[in-house]
Design a protein around this ligand. Sequence first.
Ligand SMILES: [Cu+2]
Length: 150
Amino acid sequence: MLLRKGLLIASFMALASVVQAADYEVKMLNVSEQGNMVFEPAVLEVAVGDTVTFIPQDRGHDSVFVYTPPGAATWHGKRGKKVSVTIDKEGVYLYKCAPHYYYGMFGVIYAGKLDNLEKAKTEANKHSAKFIANKERLVGYLKQVETVAQ
Ligand SMILES: [Cu+2]
């Protein structure tokens, strides 16, 4: 009887972890209230195990990882195509739209403990220095993350 009860609890726990994994969508937009050439939402909090799918508004966009926590899954979307990633490590992730890199078309995903936030900020500064438009955008995204994380 005890054994059966234990099995029952174990199977409920397995079920719960499957049910809890969420799917998120990030749109790649030419124009939004946030500006031009922008991901929406550009700053996304997820849990480890959740999946994020990037959806282009037109053929001009893609989503490619730029910086992830050490050992994390990466993604390299093709232009004009959807791409998905299952977030498998805690921390901060930076990604870009390659064709609109210089417009600062970047996005941020974060999950759990943000041990790599300082490194992500260094990366963000490095890339932002190359932007020709929206120079403050990516740094601003990480400030949002920092505010939430504190
Ligand atoms: Cu783009």
